[in-house]
Design a protein around this ligand. Structure first.
Ligand code: C2E
Ligand code: CA
Ligand code: CA
Ligand code: CA
Length: 279
């Protein structure tokens, strides 16, 4: 078994220690102070147009720069945050940082409209004040040409579908784009999911693994069905040129994955967009 305390070592998260373990208790206590201590940031992974390769926007991914552990990935701290209700503050902070960033880019790069897509957990969605929170953030950081987008997984939606439809409709009415994240990992059909007011469907990166022979046909039918439902398609986890070409040919609208670049800090992301602006 792993030691509970790794000293200065970067230690992987141990699900077995989740309940009441000193490790998680310590992590949670540290996480409580992380926002005010400026340890939480967003990195931005480019999302490109499948036809031209131009950067259309970014997915904002949260990072926690822990003084001893270094960069802690969200897979390690989001679960802790969700179980301790910290996700409310953390999620609001992510939305606020993303909206601030968009406003900055809108000023610096007015001719290169981009979107920033922020992950929202089901625990945030069910809070009574979520819509007001988003409205407040947009009022503080208004966007005219750039767009704030939120991503929600299917599993999140199914916790409370009726209420979530209403929340999402209100949030959408504020001018926020809605993306269904990790499509294909749950069990719902696309026609069921069309009851939710999504603009974008993100195909889960598990489809990029070279597994079953039926994969290409399945991918093609997801793209076609999404388009029939007026959804824009983003393919996630695109790592190699073969997949890029295949998805472009199938008509996927946007691509995201290591082939479009690793997540970048805000300066590098802005520089990428600036390079594209026609002189
Ligand atoms: P996700 O929403 O599916 O985000 C995509 C994850 O896939 C990111 O991991 C990204 O770095 C990784 N990735 C991107 N391209 C590729 C690729 O080509 N191949 C592979 N194998 N992986 C790729 P990351 O940053 O570690 O985030 C993991 C998950 O944590 C996210 O999955 C999301 O569910 C959650 N997360 C991240 N930021 C936030 C946040 O601000 N709030 C919430 N609630 N969840 C977040
Ligand atoms: Ca996501
Ligand atoms: Ca995803
Ligand atoms: Ca591949």
């Amino acid at each position: 078994q792993a030691k509970r305390f790794g000293g200065d070592r970067v230690e992987p998260f141990r699900p077995a220690f989740r309940d009441g373990s000193a490790n998680v208790v310590q992590m949670e206590a540290d996480l409580h102070r992380a926002i005010e201590r400026g340890q939480i940031s967003l990195v931005y992974q480019p999302i490109i147009r499948a036809d031209t390769g131009d950067v259309a926007g970014f997915e904002a991914l949260m990072r926690w720069n822990h003084p001893r552990r270094g960069d802690v990935p969200p897979s390690e701290f989001i679960t802790i945050a969700e179980r301790s209700d910290l996700i409310g503050d953390l999620g609001a902070h992510a939305l606020e940082m993303a909206a601030m960033q968009l406003m900055e880019w809108e000023t610096a790069l007015p001719d290169a409209p981009v979107f920033v897509s922020v992950n929202v957990s089901s625990h945030q969605l069910v809070r009574r004040d979520f819509t007001n929170q988003v409205a407040g953030i947009l009022a503080r950081h208004p966007q005219r040409t750039h767009t704030l987008r939120i991503e929600i997984t299917e599993t999140s939606l199914m916790q409370n579908p009726e209420q979530n439809v209403r929340v999402l409709e209100r949030v959408k009415a504020l001018g926020v784009d809605l993306a269904l994240d990790d499509f294909g990992t749950g069990y719902s059909s696309l026609s069921y999911l069309s009851r939710f007011p999504f603009d974008v469907l993100k195909i889960d990166r598990s489809f990029m693994q070279p597994v079953s022979t039926g994969r290409d046909a399945l991918l093609k039918s997801i793209v076609d069905m999404a388009h029939a439902l007026s959804l824009t398609v983003v393919a996630e986890g695109v790592e190699d040129e073969d997949d890029r070409a295949l998805l472009a040919e199938m008509g996927a609208d946007y691509l995201q994955g290591f082939i479009t670049g690793q997540p970048l800090d805000p300066e590098a992301a802005a520089a990428l967009v600036a390079r594209q602006v026609p002189a």
